[in-house]
Design a protein. Structure first.
Length: 286
């Protein structure tokens, strides 16, 4: 039986209707499931899986990982996952019916028991999910994600094509686009292709597995600056910063010069290090 037919049969039997609003598109290529497991480097690790769908990736992950927590918000999918008894021969797989954006990692993991994220991530929560987990005081060691191709390309963008999402990921981690996955590998077939992306958290930010309060406060301040910088994409950076910080344009111009930046630069021209340097010069923060 093909994976497509099996997927459709399960959905029909359990009254599961893939919802576009939830970004539900089921992967129907078994080779890609195996590829994700191999490339995600989760052997003997604790794994947080987001949106397990019908559990096909969950089962494959559990065969290699030390523990898999599969968090699913859709109650119909959870009913299927529980009735299918996927953990019958896999006592290291746990299904949790919860909103991943409200999930408390401290309830299931600890700094001594760090975790990795693997997910065919629903497109509609990509940005907020990445922002929530990468800026967390207890972030994952790594994330191996299936994302919309365009979003993955935005994440790995470099100056002069930087964007707020790229900064939001690259500030915390190293990101690499691994592979493009064509839309016909999913059911229902989405309108766009997907991509596998690997995100490795910068461990130098951590102390005993956590981000301390001082670092979190610095993060908060630099993100305030960056958001102001990107507030009007077509305007020059000096104009955005002058308006957003309520500082005279001449003063902002001097800050840019001290930062070795051009007076007419725009936010997308700056690298992560440029922003750190500018933040230090404006606010005296290191």
């Amino acid at each position: 039986m093909s994976l497509l037919k099996k997927t459709k049969d399960i959905c029909r039997l359990y009254n599961i209707y893939p919802q576009k609003t939830k970004g539900q598109n089921f992967l129907i290529n078994e080779e890609i499931y195996h590829e994700i497991v191999e490339l995600s480097n989760i052997e003997n690790s604790h794994v947080l899986e987001v949106g397990p769908g019908l559990g096909l990736l969950s089962v494959n992950l559990a065969k290699k990982a030390k523990k898999v927590l599969a968090v699913e918000i859709d109650e119909n999918l959870v009913k299927y996952l529980q009735s299918a008894n996927l953990s019958k021969n896999l006592n290291n797989l746990e299904i949790i019916n919860q909103d991943i954006l409200k999930f408390n990692v401290f309830d299931y993991f600890s700094p001594e028991k760090s975790y990795k994220v693997v997910a065919n991530l629903p497109y509609n929560i990509t940005s907020i999910f990445l922002r929530t987990y990468l800026s967390h005081s207890f972030p994952p060691q790594s994330l191996f994600l299936m994302l919309q191709k365009e979003v993955a390309e935005r994440i790995i963008a470099q100056s002069p094509h930087m964007n707020l999402l790229a900064f939001s990921v690259q500030y915390f981690a190293q990101a690499e686009l691994i592979k493009i996955i064509k839309a016909d590998n999913f059911w229902p077939q989405p309108e766009v292709d997907s991509a596998l992306i690997s995100i490795e958290y910068k461990t130098k930010r951590l102390k005993n597995g956590l981000v301390d309060k001082e670092q979190l406060e610095y993060d908060r301040k630099i993100f305030q600056l960056v958001k102001i910088g990107f507030s009007a994409k077509r305007k020059m950076l000096k104009n955005n910063l002058s308006a957003g910080l309520n500082i005279k344009e001449d003063i902002i111009r001097n800050y840019l010069i001290k930062s070795n930046l051009k007076e007419d630069c725009r936010a997308q021209n700056l690298s992560v290090n440029d922003w750190k340097n500018l933040n230090s010069i404006i606010f005296g923060l290191n």
